[in-house]
Write a protein that binds this ligand. Structure first.
Ligand code: 0X9
Ligand code: ZN
Ligand code: ZN
Length: 307
């Protein structure tokens, strides 16, 4: 599990992204979409061979302790770029955008101070000195309606107001640029990687209701789940958050579908089902990367009618 930045002698996630951009400049761009509370850049890597009209978004690390999530994003980035020849059929189908560490302040804090830290590291003047907001409760869509807390010390503190966190505002401002006049985004898919539970979660999370195009979301989600199973035989469960986990509002996938017009918006809870939980052994990084890469490829091919 790599550090965010400046991790000599080991390459950090940001250094690796810069290396890919330098070595594969014909298809890779790396840029910042904003800064975190503590001033870390929110680095996005775009992979494009210039053949696509639609885009595909993968983010990770919104919850600090879920280390397998940035690792899996990074694995897929590496495969698409360094093994482009193997994955060409899929890479060419979309413009790919990766934000592997949505919550860099929390990620670094979990690396150095508290392995099980979840939230951001912002200070909202809690009388008890509690720090941080759950960015996966902070988006401005049915904010604070369910499964979220106004208690500054809670692990699911939704923030003093919607989009109080600079990380959430940066994602909002970036993705809103891609919404077309019809209200539909040129991003067709958004996958927000979390752990743990082995779940493929569909909107909505804020209430026990399904979007009108739920059958489309279910069809694609089951393609992903089946592809995962074919790699190492692991079972992931598909469903809405309330059906297979719990209610929660202000999360990425609800906002990206409800506001940013991204039809196929999902949260994926990666390995495992609780034996190691958040502290997944590094031996499971590559196998997790392999099965999620396979799911991403299967979904892309399925949507383009080639699966
Ligand atoms: O509670 C969460 O934020 C996610 N589970 S986790 O254990 N990774 O913290 C599930 C969120 C799913 N729902 C939405 N994105 N709304
Ligand atoms: Zn999470
Ligand atoms: Zn294990």
């Amino acid at each position: 599990y790599h550090r965010l930045a400046d991790a000599s002698p080991h390459p950090s996630i940001h250094e690796y992204m810069d290396t890919l951009a330098a070595d594969y400049s014909h298809m890779v761009e790396v840029f910042s979409i904003g800064t975190s509370t503590m001033g870390h850049d929110l680095m996005v890597m775009k992979v494009s061979t210039g053949n696509a009209t639609r885009s595909f978004w993968i983010d990770g690390g919104i919850h600090a302790r879920e280390w397998i999530s940035p690792a899996t994003s990074t694995y897929i980035m590496r495969e698409f770029v360094e093994n482009y020849d193997v994955h060409k059929d899929v890479v060419d189908l979309y413009d790919w955008y990766f934000l592997p560490v949505v919550n860099p302040d929390g990620y670094e804090y979990s690396q150095t101070e508290n392995r099980l830290w979840r939230k951001t590291r912002s200070d909202h003047d809690s009388p008890s000195g509690c720090i941080g907001v759950d960015s996966n409760r902070n988006f401005d869509f049915h904010w604070m309606e369910s499964g979220a807390s106004s208690d500054k010390c809670s692990e699911i503190y939704a923030g003093p107001e919607a989009e109080s966190e600079p990380e959430n505002r940066a994602i909002r401002d970036f993705l809103m640029q891609f919404v077309e006049d019809t209200g539909v985004s040129s991003f067709e898919v958004l996958l927000s990687l979390h752990s743990y539970g082995q779940l493929w979660l569909s909107p909505w999370g804020y209430a026990d209701i399904k979007p009108e195009d739920y059958s489309d979301l279910e069809e694609l989600g089951l393609v992903g789940v089946e592809a995962i199973f074919q790699v190492h035989g692991l079972e992931y469960t598909f469903g809405t958050s309330p059906d297979v986990l719990y209610l929660s509002s202000g999360g990425t996938k609800d906002w990206s579908k409800g506001v940013a017009g991204i039809k196929y918006s999902y949260t994926i809870e990666l390995r495992d089902t609780g034996f190691h939980g958040f502290v997944l052994p590094p031996e499971e990084i590559i196998p997790t990367g392999e099965e999620i890469l396979s799911a991403v490829k299967a979904c892309a091919l399925h949507l383009q009618g080639k699966g």
